[in-house]
Design a protein around this ligand. Structure first.
Ligand code: NAD
Length: 341
């Protein structure tokens, strides 16, 4: 099928082209993010392939449907950037990559925890300057601490295993209890309890209307003073302005972010020669106890190989009329269901 690939980086091209030797789709690579304005590039492409910061709101989806798009193929797991109800009403199926490498994100989460705790990111620069002093670099043992996982799906469950292996007592909050976590001895508690009792909090739930700003001022007020807060899930799970207040007061002792609510125009781009206009992000970057990375947790060879293969297989399923197990299904309220094409 003819596929318009948006938000293309060199690595997307490399991995998709390699995997496409098997699938033989006709891939056209476009660097811009998909927005209403750039959707013209997809004219006459029945498949539009997108990533996490492409904007698939109702307006963009309508433009795509009007210009002949038949399928949206998301090369990611989280689909908070797509108006699924609008897509369904427009008769546009959306397929995704629900599981590629949960290990990539879970291992990276441990990396951020260790780097922040032991201040490895600061040591690196000090030592290169000839400063071998240990002043200000003291960390704490993970062993014996209480860690809290919000969302014990594929990634959260592996983070729980890793932290358990580090000697942490692991608490969790999820709407559904994961038997693997239960078998590990993870204790499910209420969200309020998790916030109040843990030394390290790691977020692994999807971004939904329910989880938007899950960590806000009220939640931060419940936390232990000096808590470590890690978000490798989606930026808008945390109210960044509330986090800044928490950092200034000392309530948050460590903040590790791989995602940021307003990352759309910033992450994945080289902005080193421009002035970043986002004052909240810039303020966050001034704290010595904040580590921010640019949505990198998924970025392993294994994950990119799996993303490319599953994305192209999803498109082949659609082409051959087979039901695709990775199609996103939504449950509609009665009133909406009557509008669906
Ligand atoms: P998953 O669907 O396997 O697990 C998500 C878990 O969150 C499920 O157990 C679900 O029950 C739970 N959940 C849903 N709503 C909840 C709520 N209100 N409160 C608590 N828990 C809730 O997903 P996954 O593969 O583990 O991925 C988790 C998230 O990680 C994704 O949604 C995505 O946003 C993010 N992610 C980030 C990167 C990255 O590079 N930083 C890469 C992949 C995924």
């Amino acid at each position: 099928m003819k596929v318009a690939v948006f938000s293309t980086k060199s690595y997307d091209r490399t991995f998709l082209e390699t995997a496409n030797a098997e699938y033989k789709h006709e891939l056209a690579f476009f660097e811009p993010r998909l927005t209403c304005e750039t959707s013209i590039l997809a004219k006459d492409y029945p498949v539009v392939c997108v990533f996490v910061n492409d904007q698939l709101d109702r307006q963009t989806l309508t433009c795509l449907a009007d210009r002949g798009t038949k399928l949206i193929a998301l090369r990611a797991a989280g689909y908070n950037n797509i108006d699924i109800i609008a897509a369904t009403e427009l008769g546009l199926p959306v397929v995704r990559v629900p599981a590629y490498s949960p290990y990539a994100v879970a291992e990276y989460t441990l990396g951020i925890i260790l780097a922040l705790n032991r201040k490895i990111y600061r040591t690196h620069y000090r030592v290169r300057e000839g400063n071998f002093s240990l002043e200000g670099l003291m960390g704490f043992d993970l062993h014996g601490k209480t860690a809290g996982i919000v969302g014990t799906g594929k990634i959260g469950a592996i983070v729980a295993q890793i932290l358990h292996a580090c000697g942490c007592h692991v608490l969790a909050y999820d709407k559904y209890q994961n038997p693997d976590c239960q078998a590990l001895g993870v204790q499910y508690v209420s969200l309020q309890d998790l916030f109040a009792r843990t030394d390290i909090i790691s977020l692994h739930c999807p971004l939904t209307p329910e989880t938007y700003h899950l960590v806000n001022s009220e939640a931060i007020a419940l936390m232990k003073t000096g808590v470590m807060l890690i978000n490798t899930s989606r930026g808008a799970l945390i109210d960044a302005k509330a986090a800044i207040k928490g950092l200034k007061s000392g309530k948050i002792g460590y903040l590790g972010l791989d995602v940021y609510e307003q990352e759309g125009d910033i992450f994945f781009e080289d902005l080193s020669n421009t002035i970043v206009q986002d004052d909240v992000l810039q303020r966050l970057l001034t704290f010595p106890n904040v580590l921010i990375t640019g949505h990198q947790a998924f970025f392993t060879k294994d994950a990119l190989t799996s993303i490319a293969q599953t994305t192209l297989a999803n498109i082949s399923d659609f082409e051959s009329g087979k039901p695709c197990p990775n199609q996103i299904k939504v449950e509609f309220p009665q009133a909406v269901a009557s509008n669906v094409k």
